[in-house]
Write a protein that binds this ligand. Structure first.
Ligand code: NAP
Length: 337
């Protein structure tokens, strides 16, 4: 008999989550079923829950990143077997079907968007995967930055990269990625994050709340890549100003809200979903078989996590804390509790 599956359902836009039974799906070709042991609450999940930030069909199960143990594999799946410990990105927000939702005990996913994690901690693996994938998707896939070890990394030493809002998970991973490619990284964050950001690769860190921030950054010279990891309107405006008078492009984790001059391009996308898109299949293969397993094994310094008890029932409060800024670390929950 199949185990009972339980999910945190959202039944209509902005509704409170309801804990209730959900179907237990047998995996089809190319699919695996994962016993979900760790969920990381992302700002995107929290924004869809409370603000209906992205259209999804209701009733729905949110969440697109989980870690756990393989419970069943589709007939043609060769790289995974029952009992393997994995982290997975599910196509929840691309395919928009509840069966892929991460906020349930048994989650259907695709073998091609799943990575083996060996004996690494589930919490660490799930905390790392979504924001790291966002940072690398933004800088490499959409921004055009090289992969680590590609070309002559020593040639980049004098070239600068600006990561604004590096105090968060995406920003911290963007700093590490740019540094690993060989660039000199300048970051902005709140002062409490300065020491850590220098330890993980930033050459200089400035307070983004300073009234002098724009002129301080301008004095540091020109940047080959500019990224706002916080994506807020102020950061977009400052990055746009820094590109004057010649113009150019900056990468932003959030869209819109600021009217930009004609000579400035804002590179925005749902960067984490790059691994789900057929046009980036080569990147996705590198990501799941090489980069992510190495990152989880220790090549990337994880941002802090906060483990919360309460299982699926506690997700709603956790998501509120993520949106309000009360959560200062990635919140991780175990849906089996
Ligand atoms: N486009 C995509 O694909 C995508 C994917 C994932 C996330 N996102 C977006 O990226 C942003 C960051 O996500 P995350 O997971 O890194 O969040 P997070 O880990 O929760 O980041 C929170 C931190 O961001 C910093 N921050 C907040 N507001 C800021 C501001 N106005 N200016 C500068 N820094 C600010 C703060 O750092 P300090 O402590 O230094 O103040 C805060 O501690 C969110 O807006 C999220 O919605 C986009």
């Amino acid at each position: 008999m199949s185990p009972q599956n339980i999910a945190a359902w959202i039944r209509s836009p902005k509704a409170d989550l309801e804990i209730d039974e959900a179907p237990y799906h047998e995996p089809g070709p190319g699919e695996i079923l994962i016993k979900n042991e760790a969920i990381a609450i992302q700002p995107l999940d929290a924004s869809i829950r409370k603000l209906a930030y992205m259209p999804v069909p209701y009733p729905f199960i949110l969440g697109s990143n989980i870690a756990g143990t393989v419970a069943a594999v589709g007939a043609d799946v060769k790289d995974f077997k029952v009992g393997d410990r994995v982290v997975s990105s599910t196509p929840t927000y691309v395919a928009k079907e509840a069966k892929w939702g991460g906020w349930q005990r048994y989650v259907l996913s695709k073998a091609e968007s799943t990575a083996q994690i060996g004996d690494a901690d589930f919490d660490l693996a799930v905390a790392l995967s979504f924001p790291l994938s966002t940072a690398v998707g933004a800088l490499h896939v959409y921004g055009g930055m090289e992969k680590p070890g590609e070309g002559d990394s020593s040639a980049h030493g004098n070239e600068k990269v600006l990561i604004w809002g590096a105090g968060g998970a995406v920003g911290g991973y963007a700093v590490q990625y740019a540094k690993s490619v060989g660039y000199t990284v300048i970051a902005t964050a709140s002062p409490r994050g300065f020491t850590h950001l220098k330890e993980i690769g930033a050459s200089e860190v400035l307070d983004y709340k300073s009234s002098e921030i724009e002129s301080q950054l301008r004095k540091l010279g020109t940047f080959k890549y500019l990224m706002t990891a916080s994506g807020d309107p102020t950061s977009q405006q400052v990055l746009s100003n820094l590109l004057q008078p010649n113009g150019g492009r900056f990468i932003s984790t959030r869209a819109g809200e600021v009217d930009l001059p004609g000579n400035v391009e804002r590179v925005y996308n749902t960067f984490e979903f790059a691994t789900q898109k057929p046009e980036f299949s080569e990147y996705a293969q590198w990501w799941y078989t090489t980069y992510l397993p190495k990152a989880i094994a220790g090549a990337v310094e994880p941002t802090p996590i906060e483990k919360r008890s309460g299982g699926l029932k506690a997700i709603q409060a956790a998501a509120e804390d993520v949106l309000s800024g009360k959560a200062k670390s990635k919140i991780i929950m175990n849906p089996q509790e």
